[in-house]
Design a protein around this ligand. Structure first.
Ligand code: CA
Length: 222
């Protein structure tokens, strides 16, 4: 899988280096720039997946950078603001930032916020769990190299379970995400579709992918 690319825009060199190190350690690809103008140039020339954007920057402040990026890109932006600067947060969000973190922050928290966006992106790509592959670009599903034909709902259901692997999803969560919040029918519909899905992906295999958690819902474990 391609590495997720993050641009760090931060003029405090120590801080920038620390974040870069942590991101690299987590398996991300990270670039660093130290002022607002450089940031704009970089964003235009590279295809980043997310930007960490400090507010107080030389050349062009973070809020202005954010506003300008929004004129041509919807890339996720997390603003890094000084703790006391509540107005920065408001301006940042007004300028189109997706999220903000007040400094000083715990690096784990920043990584957790970043994961929200990486998951979103991952969900649109290829997912492999054990011997099953779901390729969202081609809308194909394979188990043990054999292609499996799924209906739209079965596919959506499988994708949701794979994206959230190791997390037990309740019938209500599955209904909401696949049938929509307006769905007024019985939640048993989930059990029916899980049965269809099992027929196609688990029948004939010793290792069953979908596990029922009695009274709660369903999970695919890796
Ligand atoms: Ca700064």
């Amino acid at each position: 899988m391609d590495k997720y690319k993050i641009l760090i825009v931060e003029d405090e060199k120590q801080m920038a280096m620390f974040i870069e190190m942590e991101l690299t350690h987590e398996g991300y690809y990270a670039d660093v720039v130290h002022d607002g103008r450089e940031a704009l140039v970089k964003v235009k020339e590279c295809d980043y997946d997310l930007i960490l954007l400090d507010v107080m920057l030389p050349a062009l402040n973070g809020i202005e950078v954010c506003r300008r990026i929004r004129q041509f890109s919807q890339i996720p932006i997390i603003m890094l603001t000084a703790k006391s600067d509540i107005p920065d947060k408001v301006f940042g969000l007004d300028a189109g930032a997706n999220d903000y973190m007040a400094k000083p922050f715990a690096i784990e928290e920043l990584l957790a916020r970043i994961r929200v966006y990486t998951r979103e992106k991952e969900s649109k790509r290829k997912i492999e769990v054990k011997d099953i592959i779901l390729d969202d670009k081609t809308h194909q599903v394979f188990r043990a190299d054999k292609e499996i034909e799924l209906t739209k709902k079965e596919y959506d259901l499988l994708q949701k379970l794979l994206i959230n692997r190791n997390v037990v999803l309740t019938r209500e969560q599955l209904i909401e995400s696949i049938w929509g919040v307006d769905y007024e029918g019985d939640t048993n519909v989930v059990d029916v579709f899980i049965r269809y899905l099992r027929c196609k992906i688990d029948d004939g295999f010793e290792d069953k992918l979908i596990t029922t958690v009695r009274g709660v819902g369903y999970v695919i474990k890796d």
